[in-house]
Design a protein around this ligand. Structure first.
Ligand SMILES: *Cc1c(COP(=O)(O)O)cnc(C)c1O
Length: 359
């Protein structure tokens, strides 16, 4: 068995230690004679796993007590509609910042439910940057302001947290737990698990308690944050295996020294890769320097006719999933928490060699 270096944008690589532990416990969890997958979500065994995972996440992110943590299904995409359904409130209005594919999809979905205003867009700039605070045209009296701190496809990240009067809502799918964040600045933080947390199927929602209970009338129960919160995310059967595995990832992250420590590694990994790209005349990244993502690094080759050969040879060298998103082409290296620094070193060595042979 050889584990290769996986640069997938999502579902993404998981720490070897976590997978090994899940494997060791798979058939017989803690000598109970069955798998965690086969247990009732209401058993005391699973409830202890669920509570521990929540506590570890609270510790890692320093989540204040007046926030609920929900373990839901439906992916970040479900949140694109769940948010307006729950937070538009009596105004029926929200402001959105448009910085790429994912914030764009969130806007489209929200427009089905209310009066959505684009507070800023970097479309004129091919989404190669994020707007400055001074460029945000925010309205008064809206239900919330939405943005994506890290655009996974474009590799564009905000280098500040927007200041807003209305509750700030952030799609943290691809950058949650990559760097410390002050949760108290947000009304809602949400993330699909499959980028920087665990397996697909689990969606995390961290929501300030005073925002619960404003759901539009006549909506399905599954779309009411308060019902999920009141039932400890067990309104129905939660994604138990994803919850358990994410809990193992949280414990692994604590062992790495927590979010501060992994952030240092993440910044070092990203800095190495960007400085290699910038120093080369063969590779390029178009994103404004201060908006470059430390999680997703898109890059192009000088001649796109070489893309196929690059990907095939990378694959042979054990460097997987470097193909860029189908909407932008080129390459993308996603270097989430679970991607070791050695993977980035190996990628840079490979890129240098490929450039020598083809440049
Ligand atoms: C991947 C991603 C999504 C979509 O997530 P799903 O879980 O597939 O719905 C949304 N937003 C961002 C920023 C993402 O990276």
């Amino acid at each position: 068995m050889t584990r290769k270096f996986n640069f997938s944008a999502g579902p993404a690589g998981l720490p070897d230690e976590v997978l090994a532990q899940a494997q060791a416990e798979l058939l017989d969890w803690h000598s109970k004679g069955l798998s965690i997958m086969e247990m009732s979500h209401r058993s005391k065994e699973f409830v202890s796993v669920a509570e521990q995972a929540e506590q570890d996440l609270r510790d890692l992110m320093a989540i204040p007590e007046n926030y609920k943590v929900l373990f839901l299904q439906g992916g970040a995409t479900s949140q694109f509609s769940m948010l307006p359904i729950n937070l538009l409130g009596t105004s029926g209005k929200a402001d959105y910042i448009h910085t790429g594919v994912w914030s764009g999809k969130a806007i489209k979905e929200a427009q089905r439910f209310g009066d959505i205003h684009i507070a800023a867009s970097t479309e004129h700039n091919n989404f190669f940057s994020a707007p400055a605070q001074s460029e945000l045209q925010l309205r008064e009296g809206v239900g919330y302001v939405h943005y994506a701190p890290n655009e996974t496809i474009g590799g564009v990240a905000f280098d500040y947290i927007p200041e807003t009067d209305a509750p700030l809502v952030a799609d943290y799918s691809s950058s949650i737990l990559s760097e410390p964040v002050d949760v108290s600045k947000f009304g809602v933080i949400y993330a699909g698990a499959q980028k920087n947390i665990g397996p697909a199927g689990l969606t995390l929602v961290i929501i300030r308690e005073d925002l619960l209970g404003q759901v539009m009338p006549d909506m399905p129960s599954m779309y009411d944050y308060k019902l999920h919160a009141d039932n400890g995310s067990m309104l129905n059967t939660p994604p138990t295996f994803g919850w358990y595995l994410s809990g193992l990832v949280f414990q692994w992250l604590k062992q790495q020294g927590g979010v501060e420590a992994i952030a240092e590694v993440n910044r070092r990994k990203a800095a190495k890769l960007y400085s290699f790209i910038d120093a080369s005349g063969f590779y390029a990244n178009p994103v404004a320097i201060n908006n470059r993502s430390i999680m997703n690094v898109p890059f192009t080759l000088a001649d796109s006719a070489l893309d196929k050969a690059f990907l095939a040879q990378a694959d042979d060298a054990g460097l997987l999933n470097l193909k860029g998103h189908r909407s932008v082409g080129g390459m993308r290296a996603s270097i989430y928490n679970a991607v070791p620094e050695a993977a980035v070193d190996a990628l840079i060595d490979f890129m240098a060699q490929f450039e020598r042979q083809n440049g």
